[in-house]
Design a protein around this ligand. Sequence first.
Ligand code: CS2
Length: 517
Amino acid sequence: MCGKETDVTPHAGHARHELDQTHRTMTDRRLSNSTRQALPASVTVPGYDRNRVVPGIVHLGVGAFHRAHQAAYVDDCLAAGETDWGIVGVSLRSADTRNALAPQDGLYTLAVRSSDSESLRVVGSILSMLVAPENPGVVLAALTDPRTSIVTLTITEKAYLRAAGGGLDTVHPDIAHDLANPQMPRTAHGFLAESLARRRVAGIQPFTVLCCDNLPANGATLRRLLVEFAALRGTDLARHIADEVAFPSSMVDRIVPATTDADRARISGQLGVDDAWPVMTEPFCQWVVEDDFPAGRPAWERFGVTMVGDVGPFEDMKLRLLNGSHSAIAYLGLLNGFETVDRAFADPAIRQFVDGLWAEAITTLPKDAGLDTTDYTAQLAKRYSNTALAHRTAQIANDGSQKLPQRIIASAMERMSGGAPPAYLMLVVAAWIAACETRGKSLPESHFTDPLDLALSALDIRHLSASEAVVAVFDLAGFAKGGAERLTLIDLAAAHLERLRQGGVAAAFTALGIASE
Ligand code: CS2
């Protein structure tokens, strides 16, 4: 696709980049195109000719989630004979994934784990990997390539650079940098705006932008932020993006715990060759996508993707029932010393709390959208009980200020406006604040992190009363900003925080009528 990328498949006529050679230090022992044929028969390997696959998708944010989810769906399409949808993976920050995958020709193992079994599959859909800070120009070239019809993103909530009120954080240094240096962007907004501008000048059809992060109305949200960013560039690019670029929303779902060194050793032992970065996941996998791809798309519906007109109800159900309860389990679990989701969820009091939380959140979901919340929560309970995943509560606890608005605050505000108190929902917010307060005390300082950490430590909330602390955090994070319900939510969260400070999770549960052992 573009001459200087680290091409991880041996395309005929493609010169390999020297970085590829540098990283190719253990070829004989590594998973790669040449060693994949010798893997044990129990391991599924790409049966298609990777040399025939051309890149049609650029993905920003090649973390474990992308590799367990979208890359696996695309791998299915390629295995069924499609050839136009290989993935060019872009890391916006670190070179780690590229360094692990380049010597492996982009191949990696996906380990699908349930409590009593594990199956291994080698995924071949990532054709090449780029590291944006090393060479932003090559990333722009990939995005501008006429063969790129879809740009997908899993860059995490905080990388959308939303200000507390939800608009673009126009004073963020990276936004200022990208406005001043459009040819050398750092942010997703900078890359998307500049490449869409170049395509427009060159008469190349815009790509479709498919957001796959856990944001509400994620396509519309990214569109709004990008149009805001483009308007700051002072051209009519904003109008072009608003009028000509499709931003379908999507709901993505698969639980993907961080890979540990023990996982690496176990998988490499089973393969008989080293895989520097296998990905662990659960059997469950779901992707619901709005069908708006003017430049074409893979036949995803053939492989279990649900293509719909409006993803909103699915997205709300997932954000509020799965992600909301995940955050609850993470913060309450951390406060009670549980390191993993399955252990926390096995605690009868936490389990009872999660049922109550689901009951509150379910009242905010649309009644006429055909959602089966009984089945959905039953499946969640099963997924959370998967003992093989060892999904760490600390992993989910990261970035609470970016996650809680769509997972908890939105439901709480809607519930309040319907006249019902969101008592369980607001305990999650209080538990987040309490968990932040325990860092540097019973938990290590960096046990989990948040973009607001510096501002939070400047506030020194531990020395404020519960009410003052909650008000300060709401202001900082922009929770319920401008909402009529704000004060009541603050009162509820402050009462919970006071109880958490005085008597821990047990005291907060007692006030809700939940008995702890
Ligand atoms: C989790 C999600 O880390 C988190 O915040 O809630 O990553 C969750 O595992 C996924 O959204 C599941 O699809």
